[in-house]
Ligand binder design. Structure first.
Ligand SMILES: Nc1nc2c(c(=O)[nH]1)N[C@H]1C(S)=C(S)[C@@H](COP(=O)(O)O)O[C@H]1N2
Ligand SMILES: [Mo]
Length: 322
């Protein structure tokens, strides 16, 4: 099939390499698929994200206002998103999760809901997800290590799930835990962190419309290395808040302990909002390397989501509550 790519002609001749041409064409195919660009009548319309072809395609995914076009930045390619990972349960190297999560079977899966909540219980993954519509959202993703990606997630707003579970009035935080199973997660045989991995959000952060429970990316089920079958995505916070492979959701009165804060409170706070003005004690946060790009980009306040979330922190000293 021959497709005339507008994107390919945008690439400066100085940048033309077989790789960049290939990427530009692939990017065009993706953009076309997302935008629902029509293909010639009679031809077989390619499914969205046809070229990734690894995970199971998710059905009934609704488009949202968080598109690649509205963000105006290129998507990170599927290969990078699924082969350059942090998931210490499968090792501390960036390639380890893709290597060692290969045989991880995320299903059957269940999630315990407990604490200050009207509908506690053990939910199968299906029972947890089924009542909700899945959405596609293209978000920036910024790791605390100063690299970043742009990822087309599929998921459901955490707010919808929280409402359904029914937090009691005194629930002020939502806490999450990852599976703790060293038999299945080889990286847990070493105490690089105190297992299980834990994270948490203040209730208003959990209820913010941006906060997503992701179950897929590029239109397909989440690969294990990205946190199958269900993980958090909080785009205005450093990546480590986006806890993977969740097995427990607890509603608490008090601020819950979180893994990276337990490991080093001076370096990792509870809030962990992306803040180019507040450096990590060991490196600058002013710039970031977008995976796939050569020059560094300036890091944006709240990762570019300031308008949507700054009000959550009015009156707070963000140098103190980092
Ligand atoms: N359970 C668990 N969740 C985790 C991590 C982890 O090691 N274990 N790493 C975090 C970090 S540091 C980042 S940057 C993101 C990486 O997500 P990605 O591999 O899908 O890009 O996952 C976060 N969630
Ligand atoms: Mo990270």
């Amino acid at each position: 099939m021959l497709i005339k790519s507008a994107n390919a002609s945008d690439v400066k001749s100085s940048e033309i390499t077989p790789k960049s041409l290939f990427d530009a064409r692939r990017q065009f195919l993706r953009t076309a698929a997302i935008a629902g660009v029509g293909f010639a009548a009679g031809s077989i319309a390619p499914p969205a994200f046809a070229r990734t072809g690894r995970g199971k395609k998710l059905a009934g995914v609704q488009p949202t206002k968080w598109t690649q076009d509205s963000l105006g930045e290129d998507l990170t390619d599927y290969e990078s998103i699924t082969s350059y990972n942090n998931f210490y349960e499968f090792g501390t190297g960036k390639q380890d999760p893709a290597l060692y999560a290969k045989d991880f079977q995320p299903k059957p899966w269940s999630v315990v809901v407990d604490g200050e909540v009207d509908n506690p219980g053990t939910y199968s993954y299906e029972d947890l997800i089924k009542p909700h519509k899945l959405e596609e959202r293209v978000y920036r993703f910024r790791c605390v290590e100063a690299w970043s990606m742009v990822i087309p997630w599929v998921g459901l707003p955490l707010a919808d799930l929280v409402k359904r579970l029914g937090p009691k009035n005194d629930a002020k935080y939502v806490a999450f835990e990852t599976l703790n199973d060293p038999e299945r997660m080889s990286g847990q045989r070493r105490q690089v962190l105190e297992w299980p991995y834990r994270e948490g959000l203040r209730m208003d952060e959990a209820m913010n419309p941006l906060t997503l429970m992701a179950v897929g990316l590029y239109g397909e089920e989440l690969p294990s290395q990205n946190g199958a079958p269900i993980r958090l995505v909080v785009p205005w916070k450093y990546g480590f808040k986006s806890i993977k492979s969740i097995v427990r959701i607890s509603f608490t009165k008090d601020q819950p302990p979180t893994s990276w804060n337990m490991a080093g409170a001076r370096e990792y706070g509870f809030y962990s909002n992306v803040n180019p003005g507040k450096n990590h004690p060991r490196w600058s946060q002013a710039k970031e390397r977008r995976i796939g790009e050569f020059l560094k980009r300036p890091t944006l306040s709240f990762n570019g989501y300031e308008e949507d979330v700054a009000a959550l922190y009015t009156g707070m000293d963000l140098n103190k509550f980092y």
